[in-house]
Write a protein that binds this ligand. Structure first.
Ligand code: SF4
Ligand code: SF4
Length: 314
């Protein structure tokens, strides 16, 4: 019988942004949404992918010699060419590349192998009150693996958080909730058609999933990445706050300012970034939206934050 594996594209240590204390964040590959601004485009597809950053290439030619698919070649001027349509994403070039000009995103881990990586950090979890956060891509898209790794973490009393866009199948991921302590749940837009425009999917099953998850008793923080011109109207933020307010166990609502830090990843993955013209929102605008959300939330004992105030969840 094949051993259960999960496909991971990054493991980030010492994170202070993904939950309380110091955390190790594990990024699972594959997502059901296609958000226009996604800062982790290497996590969207479930298939492994190869990036090429020409700036780091020193021209050693290892990739050219080793590629079994003819995806790497030299043109008539001796310049290295990479044909993604021929690339089988075998990862051989990335393993040999001495400068990380080529990197592979997406590698299989068994539960025990991933747990050993997580457990290396247990001292700083204990000292900071931190733990592990499963992110993505979309953590809930690999529910069988997520269940086993969360169960193992709880066996060792490690605090477990997830970051989700909520687009998985509830019946499949619900068993994981027993082993999760804290949930970050994204709502990108309350209007279903606008949600489809900016993410490729309607929000109907996402909102339904939030209602169902919130009945499970685990603490939830709803988050909205604020993208100017797309979802940053006061009306949308108030509507999101009102929806979050109805859900049991949603204690806070957090607004994350859109940023362009992921743009270079699009270049090295050979993809087009679609929001080149969108500017990052100013602090005043973010504060205005926080105030609008708080008019809805404060009277019922809940609160909205701007992400620069992102203190650890209690
Ligand atoms: S991942 Fe494999 S097929 Fe693709 S360029 Fe590298 S060696 Fe060639
Ligand atoms: S192996 Fe890396 S450094 Fe060497 S030629 Fe290929 S991309 Fe450049």
């Amino acid at each position: 019988m094949n051993e259960l594996t999960g496909r991971i594209f990054n493991i980030q240590k010492c994170s202070i942004r993904d939950g309380r204390g110091m955390r190790t964040t594990v990024f699972l590959k594959g997502c059901g949404l296609r958000c226009l601004w996604c800062a982790n485009p290497e996590g969207i597809s479930f298939a492994p992918e190869i990036s090429l950053n020409p700036v780091n290439c020193m021209g050693c030619g290892f990739c050219l010699k080793q590629c079994p698919s003819g995806a790497v070649s030299l043109d008539e001027k001796g310049v290295m060419k990479y044909d993604r349509s021929k690339c089988a994403a075998c990862g051989l070039c990335a393993q040999l590349c001495p400068t990380e000009a080529r990197k592979q995103f997406g590698r299989e881990y068994t539960v025990d192998e991933l747990f050993r990586r997580i457990y290396q950090d247990h001292f700083y979890f204990e000292h900071s009150g931190g733990g592990v956060t499963f992110s993505g891509g979309e953590a809930l898209m690999q529910p069988e693996f997520l269940l086993e790794i969360c169960r193992k973490c709880k066996d060792y009393k490690i605090h477990v958080a997830i970051e989700t866009c909520g687009c998985g199948n509830y019946e499949k991921f619900a068993p994981c909730l027993d082993y999760i302590d804290f949930i970050y749940f994204d709502i990108k837009h309350m209007d279903s058609e606008m949600h489809r425009k900016i993410t490729g999917q309607s929000n109907v099953h996402i909102l339904e999933n939030l209602k169902r998850i919130s009945g499970h008793g685990k603490e939830i923080c709803v988050r909205t990445p604020v993208v100017p011109g797309w979802n940053d109207s006061e009306e949308n933020i108030r509507a999101t706050a009102a929806f979050a307010a109805q859900c049991a166990n949603v204690r806070r609502y957090e607004l994350l300012a859109y940023h362009k830090l992921g743009i270079n990843k699009y270049k090295i993955l050979g993809r087009q970034y679609q929001l080149e013209d969108v500017e990052e929102p100013g602090k005043d605008h973010m504060q205005h939206l926080v105030d609008a959300a708080n008019e809805v939330l404060l009277p019922i004992g809940k609160k909205c934050f701007y992400n620069s105030e992102n203190s650890a969840d209690e």
